[in-house]
Design a protein around this ligand. Structure first.
Ligand SMILES: Cc1cc2nc3c(=O)[nH]c(=O)nc-3n(C[C@H](O)[C@H](O)[C@H](O)COP(=O)(O)OP(=O)(O)OC[C@H]3O[C@@H](n4cnc5c(N)ncnc54)[C@H](O)[C@@H]3O)c2cc1C
Ligand code: FES
Length: 523
């Protein structure tokens, strides 16, 4: 089997089903200076879709990805294609008005259609299918909220209906749900492979293992070469060119996924989601999300996700990462008892915008630098919408969704949530004075990391499998929070804005733009 992260770090140590089932998608590495019309940084669904849209419109495009295609969060997704957004439409109406909520519904519906058109025109074999989605009530949510959501989705023009059952789930005969028709699903890495082939067929250039630094209005430095461009699209999930703005508008959450086989034909291909856990302490309240994917002639794979918490803060609920996987399995077996042994466990990071909608368009304060971020658990569609908005912006066409998703927008109605997230962020600075988790480095087994204090200094340490101890300043180079060890994904994660670093200190997630500072210590 091919693994995307063979011998090298992607955005985590665990391997998703998609990564396991797909050959690594790599291209050439940079070997000269480049001049192009559009430089795209990031080879996930956001970057590739933007590249494809611009090439179809006749633009000259170069894309750089510092890992491999799909080796970021896109390779860790569960790839529901849906207009049933994470946060409810009645909430969107409250913030953006009825017209805004309707535009959001229209844009996500159009994004699914656009993905379907791309699959058809590039003849991508990625098991794209149209399916129904069922939203049912979390045990801590109120019945009336399902009805409220039904009314709001109807006003937004979506094809929904309240039904007195939830088809497919255990006990579903008596569980009311809100059905969303004409949703979809696909195999994400097969889709990206098709998109990458489509990009090169249209004359686009993709570089992998190509790290962009010094991103500015003229381009970027990529593996030491000068890449100049008229337009720069930062499609790195979290903008890596952000010091002042975007990290205050969105918050990083970790979410968990398990997958196991079920006999083929036992369940209809569908999407299932709970409403949110209203008693959760997090501003972005967690929920569970489930779907099927073709596995082989005998089996489908049931893929179930949830148990989210703010990045680097699982301890705040006293639930370890292994317990989160166990809780997820417990919940999944309750509704899907036919689930076989668990074949895959992985986790990933989602960026939750404080007002529920993604940030796609011109980077605040810039005329020719664009970003796609804040795409929450609806990143497949959000990024596709972002690609269309940025394509139009570069072509000088006014896009009807541009204002709704404008990264520079300020949303006053979410000030309560904003204050809660800001207070949570500020409290992370207390880690400077709180106790460290290791008494001395001799406690540290191979393959694990942690923090130690030496005087007033906080040090991040990792012992590799050759028993070599590596040490770095535990101070995040973004804005100085203390990073935390993520034992599932073997990374150091920042609890403030979600920057992440490998065990050798290399930054793999912004907003931090530089690596952890190495420290020489005695073993
Ligand atoms: C567990 C999980 C489940 C999800 N489920 C769903 C779902 O069911 N439906 C849905 O719509 N969304 C879902 N999402 C969200 C969705 O997967 C993401 O929002 C989406 O994949 C983000 O795509 P992206 O291209 O913006 O980011 P990424 O895929 O992370 O791509 C960004 C790329 O930029 C590269 N990069 C970063 N910095 C640099 C640099 N300096 N130079 C060069 N390259 C750089 C990274 O290596 C990375 O590959 C889920 C997410 C997770 C984690
Ligand atoms: S990500 Fe902002 S301080 Fe670490």
């Amino acid at each position: 089997m091919n693994k995307l992260n063979e011998g090298s770090f992607t955005s985590g140590d665990t391997v998703s089903f998609w990564m396991d089932a797909t050959a690594v998608i790599s291209c050439t590495t940079p070997d000269q200076d480049i001049n192009t019309e559009v430089l795209i940084i990031g080879g996930g669904i956001a970057g590739l879709t933007t590249a494809y849209q611009l090439l179809k419109a006749g633009k000259k495009v170069v894309l750089v990805e510092d890992g491999f295609i799909g080796s970021g969060e896109t390779g860790r997704t569960t790839a529901h294609l849906t207009s049933a957004l994470d946060d409810r439409y009645y909430f969107l109406e409250d913030i953006f008005g009825k017209d805004g909520a309707a535009l959001a519904a229209e844009s996500h519906t159009a994004a699914i259609d656009e993905i379907e058109n791309t699959v058809r025109s590039l003849k991508i074999d990625c098991s794209f299918k149209r399916v129904n989605g069922y939203l049912f009530l979390h045990e801590n949510d109120k019945e009336e909220n399902l009805d409220k959501e039904y009314q709001a989705t109807q006003r937004a023009g979506l094809p929904t209906a309240i039904i007195e059952e939830t088809p497919g789930i255990n006990g579903g005969e008596t569980i009311r749900s809100l059905r969303f028709s004409h949703q979809a699903q696909f195999h994400i890495l097969q889709y990206l492979k098709g998109l990458a082939d489509g990009i090169t067929a249209l004359g686009g250039t993709i570089y992998t293992q190509a790290h962009a630094t010094d991103i500015n209005k003229k381009g970027a430095t990529v593996n030491g070469y000068t890449f100049s461009a008229q337009h720069i699209v930062v499609a790195t999930n979290t903008p890596v060119n952000d010091l002042f703005t975007m990290h205050t508008k969105q918050h990083a959450y970790r979410t968990y996924v398990i997958a196991g086989k079920i006999p083929k034909g036992k369940l209809p291909y569908s999407l299932w989601w709970e409403t949110a856990d209203e008693e959760s302490k997090w501003v972005a309240k967690p929920y569970h999300y489930v779907r099927l994917e073709h596995f082989d002639d005998k089996y489908d794979l049931l893929i179930s996700g949830g148990e989210d918490h703010k990045t680097g803060q699982e301890d705040e609920e006293g639930i370890s990462q292994s317990d989160r996987f166990a809780n997820l399995e417990f919940w999944t077996r309750r509704y899907f008892p036919m689930l076989d042994d668990i074949s895959y466990r992985w986790s990933g990071q989602v960026m939750e915008p404080v007002d529920s909608l993604g940030f796609m368009g011109k980077n605040p304060g810039d005329d020719n630098i664009y970003i796609i971020s804040g795409d929450s658990g609806n990143g497949m569609t959000h990024t596709t919408i972002g690609a269309m908005i940025i394509r139009d912006s570069i072509l000088g066409i006014k896009n009807k969704w541009e204002d709704l998703y404008n990264p520079a927008r300020i949303t006053f109605k979410t000030s309560g949530d904003f204050i809660k997230e800001a207070a949570n962020m500020a409290s992370q600075y207390l880690d400077w004075i709180s106790a460290s988790d290791l008494q001395n480095t001799a406690d540290l087994p191979a393959g694990e990391g942690g923090l130690i204090s030496i005087g007033l200094k906080k040090i991040a340490v990792y012992r590799d499998y050759n028993n070599t101890l590596k040490a770095f300043s535990a101070v995040c180079p973004h804005l100085g929070c203390i990073i935390q060890w993520n034992n599932t994904e073997k990374s150091f994660d920042c609890p403030c804005h979600g920057s992440r670093f490998t065990t050798d200190g290399t930054v793999i997630n912004g907003p931090a733009a530089s690596d952890l500072q190495p420290i020489g210590i005695k073993k």
